[in-house]
Ligand binder design. Structure first.
Ligand SMILES: Cc1cc2nc3c(=O)[nH]c(=O)nc-3n(C[C@H](O)[C@H](O)[C@H](O)COP(=O)(O)OP(=O)(O)OC[C@H]3O[C@@H](n4cnc5c(N)ncnc54)[C@H](O)[C@@H]3O)c2cc1C
Length: 498
């Protein structure tokens, strides 16, 4: 049986593993490798705080692009009988959804799933295949590798004194990271969607939350009911330089605002052309966009649900949220907290500092990618973001090793590559390309009916499926989800389940 190692069991890796198991016509062994105890959650969907919502309505978050109502049907049949397409549901439910789909695929498809709780430290070509080194020292062998590593928050901005302090939370999405914040006020560094979630979790009477960023830009809010996207003018799609692009986007937004009374349909209408436009920009313009425009773009493109906005406003109106425009200049640890000086001159005394600056996506930030680069298996993506990739996400390094990637590691090539509407399509593409590489059902791949097969209805050969877990760790993922689809009880959940 051919073996595929999917490295990373977040949303992207779990969905790729699901696709491999659903669509394989011959038996395939999928190794899903991630040290995390959970499956399908990753950074975004591991939060047990049910006030942390998807920032996309349920109608846009189906795991299968060809079945847009799949998530809504799953919600109705499991956790929320009254779920509506326009609902912004808890992210924890979404993690349970993905884990359930993987379990189903493992139970019904011709393949075999092994969930390996380990960290991959290197990948090398070996004897016609690939050998994966792991933190535990137990090597894994595979015929193809899919890198679904995502990107974790990096705290490169933090002074050494802060990084060394137990009062610093470098990764708010690490298990139980927000469960026991020390008494006192909290400084949130970064003012994006992560800050909004952390503020909602950390808020309590008597505690001030300070949110600081150099730019002071806050994410915008969805408006309900939504207005359908408005296509951009043709000229915008053919634009090849940043100054013209800025002008054309501004004109498109103003015109849309005039016609519909809302700027959001203009931004949403750009989604289908974003990758083509990004790929036409010269490298220098891409870097200029990242330095000067990306924050504003993200704030308008990745919006918060209205209910989340209302929760944030309630904290601010109670006088417990203060915004600062500046970054951390100096930190001194005292007997009962941290004295922090911001570049705007403010000095704060806080009980803790939480890194809300979000992920970075360069090779140097990830130890595994560094070793893959040194081994010639991968090379950096455009503008230094992620990995260089070809069709269906196959990495293009000096060697032609059978390695694929998806999600945020394709940001340099695609820009629009971090949210589920893109990741679900990429997962399907990667799975088909990997299966074709393994010689599985290449003829069937040309048949759109096979590509659009409904959940669980795997045609072709059928073999007893197997789903096992290596390394003995409990897996609250597929096996740990309750039969009704509700997330299993999780360890270390605090009073507000942060
Ligand atoms: C807070 C937050 C909220 C979001 N909300 C939404 C939303 O509502 N809708 C939406 O569409 N998108 C949302 N996103 C975007 C999100 O990035 C994607 O939806 C998706 O979760 C990305 O999943 P991923 O698997 O690519 O990455 P991750 O979730 O980061 O998973 C990567 C996994 O790889 C593992 N890993 C990394 N290195 C190794 C290694 N060397 N060996 C083994 N395992 C490894 C990690 O442990 C991790 O579990 C959100 C993002 C964040 C951060």
């Amino acid at each position: 049986m051919r073996t595929v190692a999917v490295v990373g069991a977040g949303a992207a890796g779990t969905l790729t593993a699901t696709r491999l198991l659903r669509e394989a016509l011959e038996p395939v062994h999928v190794l899903l490798v991630d040290p995390d105890l959970t499956t399908g959650r990753g950074v975004a969907y591991s939060t047990p705080d049910t006030r942390h919502l998807l920032n996309v309505p349920a109608s846009g978050m189906s795991a299968y692009a060809e079945e847009p109502d799949h998530l809504v049907r799953w919600l109705r049949g499991s956790v929320a009988p009254d779920a509506q397409p326009h609902d912004f549901v808890p992210r924890a439910w979404y993690g349970a959804y993905l884990a359930t789909l993987l379990a189903r695929a493992a139970d019904t498809g011709p393949g075999r799933l092994t969930r390996v709780h380990d960290t991959v430290t290197r990948v090398e070509e070996h004897d016609g295949g690939l050998l994966l080194g792991t933190a535990s020292g137990d090597p894994l062998e595979a015929d193809a590798v899919v890198l679904a590593l995502g990107t974790r928050p990096a705290a490169t901005w933090a002074p050494d004194e802060l990084r060394a302090s137990p009062r610093f939370v470098p990764d708010p999405w690490a298990p139980a990271a927000l469960a026991d914040l020390p008494d006192g006020d909290v400084l949130l560094v970064g003012t994006g969607l992560t800050m909004v979630d952390v503020a909602i979790t950390a808020d309590r009477p008597g505690r001030a939350l300070h949110a600081a960023s150099r730019h002071g830009v806050l994410p915008r809010t969805h408006r309900l009911p939504t207005t359908p996207p408005v296509d951009p003018p043709n000229g915008l799609v053919h634009c090849t330089d940043l100054p013209s692009l800025r002008r054309l986007v501004e004109e498109h937004v103003l015109e849309t605002l005039e016609i519909t009374g809302d700027w959001r349909p203009a931004i949403d209408g750009l989604r289908s052309v974003t990758t083509a436009v990004w790929q036409r920009l010269p490298d220098a313009d891409k870097r200029a966009f990242l330095a000067e425009d990306a924050r504003t773009w993200d704030a308008h493109r990745h919006r918060m649900p209205p209910v989340t906005r209302a929760r944030l406003d309630a904290v601010a109106e109670a006088g417990r949220l203060v915004q600062h425009v500046g970054s951390v200049a100096e930190v001194e640890e005292t007997a009962d907290g941290l004295d922090v000086r911001l570049t705007d001159g403010t000095t704060l005394h806080v009980g803790s500092v939480v890194n809300c600056t979000g992920p970075v996506a360069d090779l140097a930030a990830d130890p595994l990618l560094g070793t893959l680069y040194a081994a010639g298996l991968v090379s950096p993506g455009a503008a230094g973001l992620g990995l260089a990739t070809g069709p269906a996400g196959r990495v293009t390094g000096p060697t032609a090793a059978p390695v694929w990637t998806l999600g945020s590691l394709r940001r340099g090539d695609l820009w629009e590559s971090t949210a589920m509407p893109e990741i679900r399509v990429q997962a399907a593409d990667v799975a088909r390309a990997v299966l074709a590489h393994l010689g599985d059902g290449t003829a069937a791949l040309a048949d759109p009916a096979v590509a659009a097969r409904p959940t669980g209805a795997v045609g072709g050969l059928r073999h007893a499926a197997s789903h096992e877990s290596r390394n003995g760790a409990a897996d609250p993922g597929p096996a740990g989800d309750r039969p009704d689809g509700r997330p299993a009880a999780r360890p270390a959940a605090g009073p507000v389940a942060p």
